[in-house]
Design a protein. Structure first.
Length: 134
């Protein structure tokens, strides 16, 4: 209130409305400028938070990728080890290495299987019975 009385005395009654209008425009511009600066600062803060989130997410993804790679490597080594063991077992049970007259899949002391000459035909089914006259 004191500022209004001093302005009326210093500026005068004729120019006071024009000066007040100009001051209002300047004050409005100042408010818009301050709001724009606040919005820019808020955007920068949000961008910084997004960057931090991105960094955190990328670190977690790298950690997960490392874990997966380690697991895959361990599984591959186990598969390779198992494959090597199976290859060694195959070499031991190789038919060329077995003594003649024995089959690698059947033990030597196994009973002969029924069929022609002690073996069944290739198809895996026994031959039909022969017809006899009565």
């Amino acid at each position: 209130m004191v500022i209004a009385v001093v302005a009326l005395i210093v500026i005068g009654p004729e120019r006071l409305p024009r000066v007040a209008r100009t001051m209002g425009h300047l004050f409005g511009r100042l408010q818009r400028y301050v709001n724009d600066v606040k919005a820019d600062i808020n955007r920068e803060i949000e961008l910084e938070e997004l960057r931090k989130f991105k960094t955190t997410f990328e670190d977690a993804a790298r950690g997960f990728e490392g874990t997966v790679n380690a697991t895959v490597d361990s599984v591959r080594s186990e598969v390779s080890k198992t494959e090597t063991e199976l290859n060694e077992l195959t070499k031991i049970e190789d038919p060329a290495a077995a003594p003649s007259g024995t089959s690698p899949s059947a033990p030597a002391d196994a009973a002969p299987q029924p069929g022609v000459a002690g073996r069944e035909p290739e198809g895996g089914t026994p031959p039909p019975p022969e017809k006899t006259s009565v």
